[in-house]
Ligand binder design. Structure first.
Ligand SMILES: [Zn+2]
Ligand SMILES: [Zn+2]
Length: 331
């Protein structure tokens, strides 16, 4: 059944920004969508498909012996840079403001996140705040839970949450979610330069790969492993937070959605897989709330704090955590 669409979306509070406040916004607002232009569809298709082509090319070359340790190094280095750019930068710093940082640090993380080829920081933040406002209701841009029941509904929901949502119209007025960045010179500049930094994330490993043994083939291998295959990997790790972490895993905390803690994604996605914790405490810089929940992004944020690169790091206190535990999770 189609939900009622209000004539005018309810007023959204100025995002003076605690992410907790974001999750208290009116869940009935924001129901209209805008259609995608042909150019946007082509760009999205290319972003999804071309890295797969890159993986096939890399496999064919590797079959013939075309793989060096430097290629593994470039893959891992740019996985770390762009993946942490998303988790520490785009997500915990910019979307949820779970800590503060000087301008040069904010610039660095915004650039690193741009290299993940997941859109500009402003677009990403707008979409993700919309996800928190509507998580797993009809207006969530990427919920796996609105696609029918049974195995068919699960498969359709998984595909939509993982990749298909990017081909659907965006919620209208995503700008309302990012008004706090209107006068933010760092975020505005890096968002405008998104194409440049995305290309830098492909060109730098290409140049290093070529210089390594002064060959064009080396440059191609650097491009494939540090660029295309790495983008493919980071994309699917990020997308798994939307799909896997809203379907499979534990739900120790009360949250108004189907978010889950998934151990595998907790490790691969630098702590982001503790997604039920995150939906319960969105403003927390720490997603792995239990001692055993490895959260590499949080460890790096703590290190940044010691080095003067981060301040006002937010974590929930024990009383709040206990209050939000589901009955079944209490000892
Ligand atoms: Zn979520
Ligand atoms: Zn979030």
């Amino acid at each position: 059944m189609t939900p009622e669409i209000p004539a005018t979306p309810s007023a959204i509070p100025t995002l003076a920004q605690t992410a907790d406040a974001l999750c208290e916004l009116d869940r009935d607002a924001d129901v209209e969508t805008v259609t995608m232009s042909t150019g946007e569809r082509v760009a999205t298709f290319a972003a999804v498909v071309l890295p797969v082509v890159g993986l096939v090319a890399a496999m064919i070359l590797a079959w013939g012996g075309g793989f060096r340790m430097i290629d593994l190094g470039l893959f891992l280095a740019f996985y770390l840079i762009s993946g942490l750019g998303i988790t520490i930068g785009y997500h915990r710093l910019f979307t949820h403001r779970s800590f503060e940082a000087p301008a040069w640090v904010r610039w660095m993380w915004a650039v690193a996140g741009s290299m993940a080829a997941e859109g500009s920081v402003i677009d990403w933040v707008g979409m993700h705040r919309c996800h928190h406002q509507h998580s797993d209701d009809h207006h969530d841009p990427h919920s796996p839970h609105q696609h029918g029941s049974g195995l068919k509904g699960l498969v359709r929901g998984f595909w939509h949450a993982h990749t298909g949502w990017m081909f659907k119209p965006d919620p209208v007025n995503l700008e309302r979610y990012v008004v706090d960045f209107k006068d933010d010179k760092v975020v505005q500049a890096v968002s405008r330069q998104f194409g440049l930094w995305f290309l830098a994330g492909l060109i730098i490993p290409t140049v290093i790969g070529g210089l390594w043994d002064m060959s064009w083939k080396g440059a191609l291998l650097g491009f494939l492993w540090g660029g295309a295959v790495r983008v493919l990997w980071v994309h699917h790790v990020t997308w798994s937070i939307n799909s896997v972490c809203h379907i499979w895993g534990a739900r120790p905390y009360k949250s108004h959605d189907e978010s889950r803690n998934n151990v595998v994604m907790g490790v691969l996605a630098f702590g982001e897989g503790w997604h039920n914790n995150h939906h319960a405490f969105p403003a927390s810089a720490r997603h792995g709330l239990a001692w055993w929940q490895f959260d590499s992004s949080y460890l790096i944020i703590r290190l940044m704090e010691k080095l003067g690169m981060a301040s006002k790091v937010r974590v929930p206190d024990a009383v709040r955590m206990q209050a939000k535990l589901r009955e079944s999770s209490k000892a």
